[in-house]
Write a protein that binds this ligand. Structure first.
Ligand code: ADP
Ligand code: ZN
Length: 820
């Protein structure tokens, strides 16, 4: 006889996107063998059903309060685990470190739209049947009267979306004439199926009576396509292919089956296909430092510091090829889709068949197809943006984080994780090497390398010993004349460069035409009605735009404050730059690249292709033009308003400015001709601008680190931001006050154990209102992660008890990258 006790198992299930922690369920015997960690299940949750992920299975009943009765898992959704155990472990770490619900973290390992969704479905009851005969006519009752069950979308399709439909459904339900239940519907990502034709016998076996020209032709085509091809390939060649194929099937020559069609994901730039270059001695040296760790599977972070144009990408390519030879998977994370289109092209040249792409520019279906192939292990290299760190790459053996200093690795809403930091933890858990590459490493990583925690690998020379560009600084305070944006030196250099048939990149980190609209009478600056932000004037669309919430307004010539006319535009963005440039070099071919002209990675790839093919003389744009591009004919880079990003009141302003400007400058002189960079500024004596002159990034790092140490800022300390937001200003302010009291209390308790935690604030955030919500913040500073963890857990536990804090939204931002 079977022993039912030993067969019983219990599952710990996390509901996707929910706030609850893990819940426990019994796995019924009939599902027992199919239950596995990493598979999705359908479970009862309160009075509804939900989709969750099994994160743990145990034989022992879990310790629960006695009055909690465990309910059974209802169904198992997946045939195979969709989230591997190592990602579940990583997600647990992320949930704890960033104080975020596990179900929301796990969601990041799944492509959008893969979960079945509940859809209301209606059926007539016995009562309803009686009512149909006796009562008033009802189209809805009639529709469901023959015993069929109709889902809400089906009802809508039949009866139209009458405004009264909803009311009628509710009424019928209340009277007990129809019954509602929920059915689970698989959503938009369902894979596409196509008909495939398969060869069963060689063409020479075609029987004599079927030796017909058409049939021979199809057989030959099939043989030359490797014995299998989509039916639709025949349609362009043959009239009435179905007829001919049916004849071949009758002869037992071919068969038809259905296969999945994978949706297109390519967004690559067109790159000339070149032979892989022989690694230089520098590149070879670096490869030799990393390869042993790839082979032996050991955790080891490398900081690959290579000046712009030093050939970091070739190192990545060689390492990936090696990993593939060893049967290992590789994860390559880049900060922006902009960078991925160029890398994607290079990757496709070398290992197209193994490559999966992951970014939000892909349609849901294509993304799903990429993800499925990664889970199945048929794509072993994933190239993607931030969220790719959660991709279920199988046999992961190497992680590469390119441009590791980039701020876009930090997600600034919901789960505020830092992709580089999560990647480091993932590498550590899997015991594999990880490479953080950059020409301008973050101070954070640079400090880790000086402490010996990361191995610093430096490429100090450009490839083929090409020189770094020469730098010229122009003091804009001395500029006068008709042109407002471009200095005399810049104008001359642009004309000369174009005259020599070379290309120019001009960088201005502001889009739009004018950066604000000011009233000459009362001094009012026009602001967004939802945000405490001045509006930018966009001339292309004749609108005033808020760059934070996306609201748009018609430009007005009257002041909204004093109603008088005489509004003037101030400041300038890329649209205005383009206009001025066209006056200076009317014959030049100019393109502008910013978020107004590029909305999809394919737009970006198309623009960059034009630059590469020299169909463009001047490329102007925001930071999009500064990132990673490798254009050999660009010899001049102009930087406008180099100091704007220094004005932000953030202790990282110096670091991010130097990184950005050195990256932009690094686009010049990457080919045979040497490059030149002109930097326009109102602050030529500022130490960050001065440090650009000799392009010595490490010297700047050392200087900046010394300053951070004095002030005890990160990386010498750990920061955490508590952001309080609400729709009313008063509620926000008082709640922030209550929260800070609570923080001080907890800090005192911790200090008893001799662990200092410093509380700064509360204060209104510099962006004091966004999307109609007021914002206050509190900064917490600690000297080690453990203290910060303990402190925050205690604060959050107490905050949950306080009714006053339920009126506001409280966001925890660990290791915040922005103080705005
Ligand atoms: P980085 O990413 O460090 O800025 P890239 O990887 O883009 O630099 O390399 C700069 C240029 O040098 C590219 O055009 C690349 O093809 C070329 N390159 C890289 N390695 C070599 C090599 N070993 N020999 C010749 N050219 C190389
Ligand atoms: Zn706004």
């Amino acid at each position: 006889m079977q022993n039912s006790i030993s067969e019983q198992a219990f599952a710990e299930v996390v509901v996707f996107n929910a706030l609850e922690q893990a819940l426990h369920y019994v796995i019924p015997a009939q599902l027992g063998t199919r239950a596995e960690v990493g598979k999705r299940v359908l479970i009862p949750l309160g009075r509804r059903e939900a989709v969750g992920l099994i994160v743990h299975i145990q034989r022992q009943p879990p310790d629960l309060a006695r009055d909690v009765s465990m309910r059974p898992v209802q169904a198992i959704i997946d045939e195979y685990p969709i989230v591997p155990e190592d990602l579940i472990r990583l997600s647990r770490w992320v949930a704890r470190y960033y104080f975020h619900p596990l179900g929301k973290v796990l969601q990041l390992s799944c492509p959008p739209g893969i979960h079945p969704e509940p859809v209301a479905s209606y059926r007539i009851t016995e009562e309803g049947k009686k009512a149909l005969v006796a009562g008033p006519p009802s189209a809805l009752l009639t529709a469901v009267s023959n015993g069929t069950e109709l889902t809400l979308p089906q009802i809508k399709a039949r009866l139209g979306t009458l405004p009264s439909l909803w009311k009628e459904i509710n009424l019928l339900e209340k009277r007990g004439w129809v019954e509602r239940r929920f059915v689970w519907n698989t959503p938009s990502v369902r894979s596409k199926s196509i008909k495939m034709l398969k060869l069963l016998k060689p063409a020479s076996d075609l029987p004599a009576h079927a030796r017909n020209e058409k049939l021979q032709q199809i057989m030959t085509l099939l043989e030359t396509s490797g014995g299998e091809m989509p039916m639709k390939n025949l349609r362009s060649r043959t009239k009435n292919p179905d007829y001919w194929v049916s004849r071949l099937r009758r002869e037992g020559m071919v068969s038809i089956h259905h296969a999945e069609e994978l949706r297109e994901s390519r967004c690559a730039q067109d790159l000339p296909c070149l032979e892989a270059p022989e690694p230089s001695t520098d590149q070879q040296r670096i490869l030799e430092s990393i390869l042993p760790h790839l082979e032996s599977n050991s955790f080891k972070p490398f900081l690959l510091y290579g000046v712009t144009g030093s050939g970091k990408t070739e190192i990545y390519l060689r390492l990936i090829e090696q990993a593939l030879k060893l049967g290992k998977g590789v994860l390559v994370v880049v900060p922006e889709i902009a960078l991925s289109t160029q890398l994607e092209a290079l990757f496709r040249q070398r290992f197209d068949a193994s490559l999966a792409i992951w970014h939000s520019g892909l349609p849901t279906g294509a993304r799903y197809d990429q993800w499925r192939q990664v889970v199945a292990g048929s794509k072993k290299v994933v190239l993607g943006v931030r969220s790719a760190v959660f991709m279920p790459v199988s046999d992961l053996g190497l992680i590469i984080v390119d441009e590791e200093h980039d701020l876009s690795y930090k997600q600034e809403d919901r789960l505020r994780y830092h992709a580089r930091d999560v990647a480091l933890v993932r590498a550590q858990m899997l015991k594999i090497p990880i490479i953080l590459g950059s020409a301008t490493p973050s101070l954070q990583s640079f400090r880790q390398s000086s402490l010996g925690r990361y191995e610093l690998l430096a490429l100090t020379q450009r490839i083929l010993d090409r020189p770094l560009p020469s730098i010229q600084i122009v003091d804009m305070r001395k500029e006068k004349g008709e042109f407002r944006i471009l200095s005399r030196q810049m104008r001359e250099a642009i004309q000369e460069t174009i005259g020599n048939r070379h290309q120019v990149i001009i960088f201005l980190n502001r889009r739009g035409f004018a950066t604000f609209l000011l009233c000459r009478t009362c001094g009012l600056v026009v602001q967004c009605s939802q945000c405490s932000v001045s509006l930018t004037y966009h001339r292309d669309k004749e609108r005033m735009c808020c760059h934070y919430c996306g609201s748009e307004y018609a430009p007005s010539s009257q002041c909204p404050g004093c109603n008088r006319s005489g509004m003037v535009y101030h400041g300038f963005g890329t649209e205005r730059l383009e206009q001025e440039l066209r006056q200076i070099v009317p014959e030049a071919r100019i393109i502008r690249m910013d978020r107004d002209t590029v909305s999809h990675p394919r737009d970006m790839a198309a623009l960059l292709n034009k630059v590469r093919n020299q169909e463009v003389d001047v490329l102007i744009g925001t930071q999009m033009v500064g990132k990673g591009h490798d254009f050999p004919h660009v010899t001049l880079v102009g930087i406008i308003n180099a100091d704007t990003s220094l004005q932000i009141s953030d202790f990282r302003a110096g670091e991010t400015t130097v990184q950005l400007l050195m990256q932009v400058a690094g686009r010049a002189g990457r080919g045979v001709e040497p490059g030149h960079v002109i930097i326009q500024t109102h602050n030529p004596q500022h130490y960050t601008i001065a440090s650009l002159l000799d392009m010595d990034y490490l010297a700047f790092c050392n200087q900046e680190l010394a300053a951070r140490e004095v002030l005890q800022y990160p990386p010498y300390t750990k920061f955490l931001k508590l952001l309080v937001t609400a729709a009313e200003e008063e509620t926000t302010r008082t709640s922030a006050g209550i929260l800070v009291e609570l923080c001080r209390e907890v800090a005192v308790q911790l200090r008893v154990q001799d662990q200092p935690v410093v509380i700064l604030g509360p204060a209104p955030a510099p962006l004091s209102k966004l999307k109609n919500r007021y914002r206050w913040h509190i900064f917490v500073k600690a000297w080690c992660n453990k203290d910060l963890q303990e402190f925050t857990e205690a604060v959050l536990a107490k905050a949950r008890e306080l009714p006053d804090l339920r009126r506001v939204e409280l966001t925890v931002d660990r290791d915040p990258m922005s103080t705005l």
